[in-house]
Ligand binder design. Sequence first.
Ligand code: SS9
Ligand code: ZN
Length: 341
Amino acid sequence: MLTIYSDDHRLHHGKGELNDGELQPCYECPERADQVLEAVRRAKLGDIVLPDDFGLGPVRAVHDVRYVDFLQRAWGLWAAEGRSSDALPLAWPVRGMRQLEPDYIDGKLSYFSFDAGTPITAGTWTAVTTGANIAVTGAARLLAGDASAFALSRPPGHHAARDYFGGYCFLNNAAIAAQYLRDNGASRIAILDVDYHHGNGTQSIFYDRSDVLFVSIHADPKNEYPFFLGHADERGAGDGDGYNLNLPLPWQSGADKWFAALETGLTRVREFAPDYVVVSLGVDTYVGDPISQFRLESDDYLEMGSRIAALGMPLLFVLEGGYAVAEVGTNVTNVLLGATR
Ligand code: SS9
Ligand code: ZN
């Protein structure tokens, strides 16, 4: 399996996120990708190549133009205020408030976000656009006939929606790849999101469409981030009715419950019969993950990969979460090895 990777991810390195009421070091850090890259090399998974540059076309096919402009300009506007710390939002336009983009950068940050855990740094724009190129390069390989590819990018993407960032995510790499596949000949795409957290961004991007099926296994939003999306009764809207499948699980779920949910999800994917499957590959379901409450073991990821590969469909794996830095490489690579054996 080909891996697509660039060192540009290092340019996004936030200092802190709000956690347990304190500003704490970011869990989403460059060492995560270092560990995954090292494990891919160790496992001899296959060639590792740089992404091609597709420009902003594939990004704008998924994200709102004003949002993309904001992301591009945000650090410059922030730094122009004489600030050198990471840019973080302050307040959100909740129920009953006006949904108008403010002029001032502090207001813009809030308008285009949904949490205070996702700092923008000087290099964030370059890192996230390279991340999108990594995912699209993987999609292009599938279109060229590869059976699978691995987009090794960070920060992750599945919490980012058409016009807001959050959950460590800015551009929705998996959604961008899926849309690119659609725009280049594929009729139906399934996105299987196995990250511990619900992929609220991906769900909302495709919620009213029947050409992209979204299936997600995640911690029940009643108790877990992102809290406001990911319930089982969210099944899609309009043309998309029936094309969104959420499989929330309780805290402390282990392999039994998790793999039972996976079978339910895979059954739906088989029935949908997509041309390609994009896997939002987060391994924060791991028992040792510092911010999560599931109990998968490292060997379970081999099984995960082989069950997904048993679909017999072309697979694009896109890296999402996984914050147990010492084990993230092994766990991710186990999925990929399981999928290729
Ligand atoms: C934990 C706060 C969680 C967001 C998590 C985003 C995960 C992306 N106390 N903050 S995969
Ligand atoms: Zn996650």
